[in-house]
Design a binder for this molecule. Sequence first.
Ligand SMILES: [Zn+2]
Ligand SMILES: [Zn+2]
Length: 598
Amino acid sequence: MIDFTIAEEKNRYRHTTSHIMAQAVKRIWPDTKLAIGPAIEDGFYYDFDHEGTFTLEDLSKIEDEMKKIVKEKLPVERFELPRDKAIELMQKQGEPYKIELINDLPEDAVLSFYRQGDFTDLCAGPHMENTGDIRAFKLLASAGAYWRGSEKNKMLQRIYGTSFPDKDQLHAYLTAREEAQKRDHNKLGRELKYFTTADVIGQGLPIMLPKGAKVMQTLIRFVEDEEARRGYLLTKTPYMAKSDLYKQSGHWYHYLDNMFILGDPEEIARKKRGEPCDESEMYALRPMTCPFQYQAYLSEGRSYRDLPLRYGETSTLFRNEASGEMHGLIRVRQFTISEGHLMCTPEQLESEFKGCLELAKYMLDAVGLNDDVSYRFSKWDPNDRAKYEGSEEQWNKVQDEMRRILQHLEIPFEEVDGEAAFYGPKLDIQIKNVFGKEDTLVTIQIDFQQGEKFNMEYTDADGQKKFPYVIHRTSIGCYERTLALLIEKYAGVLPLWMAAEQARILPISEKHIDCAYEVKKKLQELGLRVEVDAREEKIGKKIRNAQMDKLRYMLVIGDKEMEAGELAVRSRIDGDLGTMPIDALANMLLEEVRTLKK
Ligand SMILES: [Zn+2]
Ligand SMILES: [Zn+2]
């Protein structure tokens, strides 16, 4: 029996399944060329150089052939060859990608092969001993993938699959996957018209449609109001700056690959080739707000009485993510974030850090993501000094200080090396999306360097000039990513307080339409977001549409309701609530909004 709780065992099992798949493909299409076929997080894939794409019918044909190979119970045999013989074998089998792989291996590498019946593959292993060991598998999808992940190479055809020790586990996995796919914001968010994308605008640049924009606006207002209550001052700073600013902050040296540069194209081309160039007239779109808000701090002389100084800004940022990384609203090249920088004295560091964490927890709780997060204490990597600024002594000191604060706050955290910002360590609040992929949602960073670098001195009580600590923080994570997570978490049925459309009025026939608009006006004046479905459709169809649009409340008006001045209320969560007078209904909805009910 295979022990799936051990990663190596799981990988051995699934990688064997990928060989069986490749064998099946070669049996059906002998001219197809093999590239690579590793085990991955949830299964395995194999890349093929194949004429055309693999259709769903092709996949089921391959599955049938795989079943035969499993039934044949072919022993899997390992053997080694010297380099020239290995190349000869792969030439004979007509596998140019394998020859390229062999040529790239170091001179002294052991070249091992695995053979099962009529199929032999260059492979480091390990494998199961017999094709009959594989009990349950499923091919999931096919997609294009560049050879070695580079757009400069040929596009290959990748087939994804998975396998499990028994049918029940496979079935459970497939059911969970189906549910996740239904919730996938990149699908559901488009279907529900939260956002769209356009080739002519570009990758990673989503267009927020009225519904998505409304949710974002609601969240932004909520955050801005809460920050104001907690003593934050609002700034509004430029989207771009000269290279000079980023040189001072260090971004020009540590972050340039992720930045969009503007200016004379020839100078920029020289810069990208690493040749001497004139950078004085180069601008860059901001990847973060820090050095801009420092200029607000620097706009006047500061004394200890000004500290702590908390700046907040609803910031639009630009980061040049690799094109393969882009995904819906989760990974984008332009995004909106509540970014803030706090300048404080060493004595204030702990309480300010605590305030940032409390604010983030309050926000996560308000949107309902608090139970889904984990905490990561991200430290520098002392073996990769070029990535960071400051001395080892400084890093150790500030990391010890941060660990002490985190322990004081009694949050469970794991420590990770190599994930710090170049100017200091950070606390990352991590969250997994519906497919289990982890991302950072909120970050709180302690910066012991930029205060001095930007000469942000203040006069202390003792008359001495000193430099403040800077805390870089976000309070809810970028709004696009947060919206994506919320769509997935609530399967499109967002809590009422943030929903773009909080209720829809459904007049049964034409004579109820005027009354429906009167009700809409009344509810709108109370601050509720309500629409009327005035189409000439049967009421049954209007109800079905409202359900598909994931509306929380449907308000039906017919003769009876019109006469009584009431509405028939249907709640998606609680079912049929009977008829209610408009005022009672309004109070119920407003209460649900006020209490941020999930
Ligand atoms: Zn293998
Ligand atoms: Zn910052």
